[in-house]
Design a protein around this ligand. Structure first.
Ligand SMILES: [Zn+2]
Ligand SMILES: [Zn+2]
Length: 443
């Protein structure tokens, strides 16, 4: 029997049902049972005081690298999902670029099984798009969908036009998105950082934003041709947004995500305070302030449907090398909310919109009953303090990936509690699940 938990007095923000105000919420049996003003219809077993805190649906991450199977030196199911919990994410989509790549139904089953035994949050497997992720032959999309794949992606590798067309034909039939890491390889020419003043000053090979834009334009065109749903991973440039806007206006099924780092950091950071900091090496690369601003505006407007972390944990040896040899990616799950709150604190984004892009936005792309606290839906809840300041200590991260460029930085906004399926999966030491007075009297 699971406890009935009442979260009382918090500011309930649920953009999925247009809620923003002080409400109490009762959860139990894994579901949301009631939302309103106390007293609740049933007596709770435990109470969590939410005064001064925001209570929102748990965050849904469309793009996360759990490194399972095969790269447990970088992350494990336990460490990755604990990091998700601490970051307020109750659902994460696991990317398939693992060893071996998740490109068959049994591997999807394996991941689901592992997640159900060792995971602290919901883990939804994204299947590879092509066998072995080498871009030649489509996986058996239908069989993988039946096994539980929620989408398909060869993330890390650009997708060829022929494969994209075939995949989007199936996407239309299966009703699942095909996700693409957009990069024209010949324009990207293995660039290490954004092509611009910073790449020139550092003497590092640049990757122009047009390498991404050309691929986005192609994807929008092919989605229009086939009627399939294409989802663009980690959009980083204004030009890409223009193609996505035109596609959306024409009714093409195109959605997209942006990462916390592309929304908050720029390539200037490669110059100082730590020049050539390999923790800033990401793909696509961090762009200019002009591009960052365009992303923040598109997120506000809803042209960008979701924030996705692209959490990419690495072992120390992957990052303590020359810039050109370092693995791309940041450990992001635990710093995502704190980073993104900077946009809210400086007035670039309102809080309700940010919550929407972390909850109902990504959930709609998956087409699942997640990302909102509707009565009867899964009780996945995050409670956060939008004003609490904390300093990032990479060594204190639950993720095995300590590769964050934010070490020592002060963030304002912190997750205090995370409930997955009505159970407290993470609680800040300052919060307690209390037995209500009425219950105590009976004992
Ligand atoms: Zn990628
Ligand atoms: Zn990725």
């Amino acid at each position: 029997m699971s406890d009935l938990i009442l979260i009382s007095g918090g500011r309930l923000m649920d953009p999925g049902q247009g809620l923003d105000g002080v409400r109490d919420i009762l959860v139990g049996k894994g579901r949301v049972l009631w939302i309103g003003h106390a007293p609740p219809p049933q007596e709770p077993d435990k109470v969590l005081q939410g005064q001064g805190l925001v209570v929102s649906p748990g965050f849904v991450d469309l793009h996360c690298h759990l490194r399972v199977p095969g790269q447990e030196d970088k992350e494990t199911m336990a460490s990755g999902t604990l990091a998700a919990c601490r970051g307020g994410f109750t659902t994460v989509c696991a990317m398939p670029n693992t060893r071996p790549p998740v490109d068959t139904p049994p591997l999807i089953e394996f991941l689901k099984d592992k997640a159900s035994r060792e995971g602290l949050v919901r883990v939804l497997p994204v299947g590879a798009l092509t066998r072995g992720r080498v871009g030649k032959e489509l996986v058996e999309m239908e069989a993988m969908a039946r096994a539980g794949a929620v989408a398909f992606s060869d993330d890390g590798h650009p997708t060829g036009s022929r494969i994209m067309r075939q995949a989007l034909e199936f996407s239309r039939y299966l009703g699942l998105p095909v996700m693409d890491h957009c990069e024209d390889p010949e324009l990207a020419r293995e660039g290490l950082v954004n092509e611009g003043v910073v790449s020139l000053r550092l003497g590092l090979r640049g990757m122009p934003s047009q390498a991404e834009e050309a691929a986005v334009a192609r994807d929008v065109a092919v989605a229009g041709l086939t009627g399939g749903h294409v989802h663009i991973h980690h959009v980083s440039s204004q030009g890409s947004l223009e193609h996505i806007r035109r596609g959306k206006e024409k009714g093409v099924k195109v959605t997209c995500e942006a990462t916390p780092h592309h929304l908050t950091l720029t390539d200037d950071r490669l110059l100082a305070p730590i020049p050539y900091d390999t923790n800033l090496k990401v793909n696509p690369p961090l762009r200019s302030e002009r591009e960052r601003k365009a992303l923040a505006e598109a997120l506000r407007e809803g042209l960008i449907d979701a924030v996705a972390t692209d959490h990419a944990p690495h072992a120390l040896v992957d990052k303590l090398v020359e810039f050109s040899r370092a693995g791309p990616g940041m450990s992001n799950l635990e710093t995502a909310l704190g980073s993104l709150m900077a946009l809210v604190h400086r007035g670039e984004l309102d809080l309700l919109t940010l919550v929407a892009r972390l909850t109902i936005g990504p959930a709609r792309i998956l087409g699942k009953e997640l990302g909102s606290l509707k009565v009867g839906w899964p009780a996945d809840v995050v409670i956060f303090d939008p004003d609490r300041e904390w300093t990032v200590d990479p060594q204190a991260l639950a993720s095995r990936g300590k590769n964050t460029p934010l070490g020592g930085e002060k963030l304002k906004g912190r997750v205090m509690a995370t409930l997955v399926g009505g159970k407290a999966a993470y609680l800040d030491p300052s919060l307690k699940l209390e037995v209500p007075e009425s219950r105590k009297a009976k004992i």
